[in-house]
Design a binder for this molecule. Structure first.
Ligand SMILES: O=C(O)COP(=O)(O)O
Ligand SMILES: [Mg+2]
Length: 229
C-alpha cells in the first residue's frame, strides 16, 4: 500500500530548467493512492497538470488560497490587500517584472505574484504597512498573500474531503511555501535544491534535486522503503 502524496510543482516535479519532468507522466497516473498537487501557481495550472495526468483534480493553488477537491472549489483568502500592496508598490516605481507575460496573474483569485526580478526590498517595505499580508519567496516568484492561508491548511482541508488523515500523506517540496505542508504531512521530504526553510522543516533532505529527488521518494515508497534511506 503506497501513501497519499502532497506534491509541490516548481522545483519538485520540474527539471532545473523549469519544465515538467517526463517521469511525472510515468510515475503519477498509476499511483495507487490520492495525489494532491499543492502549489503557489494559479488555479488552472495544477488542474491542467492533474487533468493531463488522468488524475482527479485534487488541488491546492495560490499557496492555499484556493482548494479544489471532491468537485468543490473553495476560495479561502481575499485578494484586496495583496492587490493594494502591489498597487502601492507600483505607485512607488516598483514593477511586477513579468514583461509581456500577462498570464501569471490573470487567473489568480486570492494573491498576486511578482517576478523574482522585482525590487524585493521595496515590496517588503510596502507590504509591511498592510496588515495580514506577507511576502513569500518560492525561488520562482514573490507571492503577496494573506497570512491566513497556506498550503498546509489546504492539505488539512483536502485530506478531510478525501476522508484521510493529513498525517497519512507524504509531502515533497522545495521552498518556504512548502514548510506548512511539511508540518502537516506525516513524512516530509525536501529535494536537494530546497531552500533553507524547506530543508529545516523536512524530515529528510534528499541527495537528489528536482524530479530526481521526487522520483527517488516515489520509488522508495513503491518498494516499501523509507525515502532517503
Ligand atoms: O508559483 C511559484 O512561485 C512556485 O510554485 P510551487 O509552489 O509549485 O513551487
Ligand atoms: Mg516549489
Amino acid at each position: 500500500m503506497v501513501p497519499p502524496l502532497a506534491l509541490d510543482i516548481d522545483g519538485t516535479l520540474t527539471t532545473p530548467t523549469g519544465r515538467i519532468d517526463g517521469r511525472v507522466f510515468e510515475l503519477l497516473p498509476d499511483w495507487d493512492a490520492p495525489v494532491v498537487i499543492a502549489t503557489g501557481k494559479a488555479f488552472p495550472y495544477p488542474v491542467a497538470l492533474a487533468t493531463f495526468l488522468g488524475l482527479p483534480p485534487q488541488v491546492i493553488a495560490e499557496n492555499g488560497g484556493v482548494v479544489h477537491v471532491a468537485d468543490e472549489t473553495t476560495f479561502l483568502a481575499d485578494p484586496d490587500r495583496p492587490r493594494a500592496v502591489v498597487e502601492a508598490f507600483e505607485e512607488r516605481g516598483g514593477e511586477i517584472g513579468w514583461g509581456d507575460d500577462t498570464t501569471v496573474n490573470r487567473w489568480r483569485e486570492t494573491e498576486v505574484a511578482l517576478s523574482t526580478d522585482a525590487d524585493e526590498a521595496l515590496l517588503r517595505e510596502v507590504a509591511a504597512d498592510v496588515p495580514d499580508v506577507e511576502v513569500v519567496d518560492t525561488g520562482y516568484a514573490f507571492h503577496v498573500k494573506s497570512t491566513s492561508v497556506n498550503k498546509g491548511d489546504g492539505l488539512v482541508r483536502a485530506a478531510e474531503a478525501l476522508e484521510l488523515d493529513p498525517e497519512s500523506f507524504v509531502a515533497v517540496g522545495d521552498s518556504e511555501n512548502d514548510v506548512s505542508t511539511f508540518a502537516v504531512a506525516g513524512d516530509a521530504d525536501a529535494v536537494a535544491n530546497a531552500d533553507a526553510a524547506a530543508r529545516d522543516a523536512a524530515d529528510v533532505v534528499l541527495d537528489e534535486g528536482f524530479m530526481d529527488g521526487t522520483a527517488s521518494v516515489l520509488e522508495a515508497l513503491s518498494a516499501g522503503r523509507t525515502p532517503g534511506e
